[in-house]
Design a protein around this ligand. Structure first.
Ligand SMILES: [Zn+2]
Ligand SMILES: [Zn+2]
Length: 134
């Protein structure tokens, strides 16, 4: 049986409780308060291992360092180019259906087998949109 360190448990729990897709560093700063002995290398190592196990998802943000997501339910991301916030978006069934149709059509047209897709949206979040457009 695989042994989980207490630190990893706390890192995972804290990530799952956050909705903001933190960077390793902001997670570290947050956790350091309850675990003063924690080092940033430990945070990186545990996040990498959790990603490898598929428990955590790494998000390659357009702006700034990688972000982490403890929510592995199927959803896509929207990144605000202005404030850097990453928002979870859950597609409706009909939207999922359209995407799987696209995969099917592309597979046929290109004679390939497309079985997954990565959708990453960028733009302005609600807050920044109002600031920019008044
Ligand atoms: Zn924004
Ligand atoms: Zn997410």
């Amino acid at each position: 049986m695989k042994k989980y360190s207490k630190q990893r448990e706390i890192i995972l729990e804290s990530l799952q409780n956050r909705k903001d897709h933190p960077t390793a560093e902001s997670l570290y700063i947050d956790l350091k308060r309850q675990m003063p002995e924690l080092g940033i290398a430990t945070v990186y190592r545990n996040l990498t291992e959790l990603c490898e196990q598929g428990i955590v998802k790494k998000i390659k943000a357009k702006v700034g360092p990688d972000r982490y997501d403890g929510n592995i339910k199927p959803h896509i991301h929207f990144e605000c180019k202005n404030c850097g916030e990453i928002i979870d978006i859950y597609l409706k069934e009909e939207q999922e259906h359209k995407i799987s149709n696209i995969k099917k059509q592309v597979s046929e047209a290109e004679e390939i087998q497309c079985d997954s897709s990565e959708i990453y949206l960028t733009g302005l979040c609600q807050k920044c949109k109002t600031q920019v457009t008044g």
